[in-house]
Design a protein around this ligand. Sequence first.
Ligand code: RIB
Length: 309
Amino acid sequence: MAPKPRILAVGSTNTDFVAKVNVVPNAGETIISDGSYSFVPGGKGANAAVAAARLGADVVFCARIGNDSNGKMLRATYESEKIDTRYLTTDKSLPTGLAAIFVESNGANRIVVFPGANSALCREDVEEALTSYPDALLVQFEIPLDTVYYSVEQANKGNVPVIIDAGPIIPGLDLSKFGKIEIFSPNESEAEALTGIKPYDPESYIRICLDLYSKLDTKYVVLKLGHRGCYVYDGKMGIAIPSYYVTAVDTTAAGDAFTAAMTYEYLRSGDIKSACRYANAVGALTVTKNGALPSLPTEEQVIAFIREN
Ligand code: RIB
C-alpha cells in the first residue's frame, strides 16, 4: 500500500459560536431568532486539518490554542481524529480563538473571528513543525501574515509544495511576498478582492486567473465557485469543473474542506483535475450538514457519494 501523504496544516483553530437565523439584523436592530445556537470546533486551519485526516491523510497540525477549556476540548478533538498535535502549542496568555457565525436559512454564513491565540502563531512554531518532513504545506490567512510568508519561504527551502487557501482576505496582504506556490485557491469573494474582477462567467474566471498568475509564482490557480464547482488554470488553459447538486444547509467550512481534499488527492494522483473533482464532492457533502468540524465527511462517505452521483 502506498504511504499516506503527509500534510502539514499551519493555521487557525477556533471555537465557533454558530447561530441559525432567518435574516441577519440591520444596524440598530434586535431580532429574536427562532433558530438554534451551538458551540462547535472550527477555524480554517483546523477545518482543513480535520478534513484531510478524515479522508485518510497523515496530518500534522501547527497552531496555537489558549490555556482554557475551549483549548483543551479542541486538542482532545484533534487527538481523537488521529492528527499529530506535537506542534499544537498552548499559549500562556491569550484565549483560544473564537468565531461568531450567523447562518441564514439558505445556508449562507457571515463570520467574525476573534483571533486570540491564533495571533501568536510564530516563525519558531512553523520552523519546528517543518521538521516533520511533510509532503505538502497547507496554509490560509487566519494567522499572522508574517507567519504565512515565513512558512512559504521555509517550505520552498525544503522543496515542500505549498498550497494556499486564500481566505480570509486581510489588510496588508502582499501577494508579491510569496515565493513558489503549487496551488493558489481563493473563493469567489477572495478572488474579487484580490483582482477587482467579479467571477460570474468563464470569461471573468480566466481574467481572474491571468491576473493572479501575473502576481504570483504559482503552478495552478483554482477558483472555488461554491455550488458552481471550481475553475482550474495551469498557465495555459482554464477549465470549469462543475460540482454536484445538493441542498445546502450550512456552507461553513466547505471551502476549507475543498482545499484540504484537493491537496490530499493532488498528492495521491499528481493530477489537478481529478483532485478538483474529488474536492467538489467533499465540498458538496460538507454543505449538507451543520457546523464546521461536524460537517466534514469521511473517506467512506465521499466514496459512497461519488458512486451514487
Ligand atoms: O471557514 C470557516 C471557518 O472560518 C469557521 O470554522 C470559523 O472558525 C472561521 O475560521
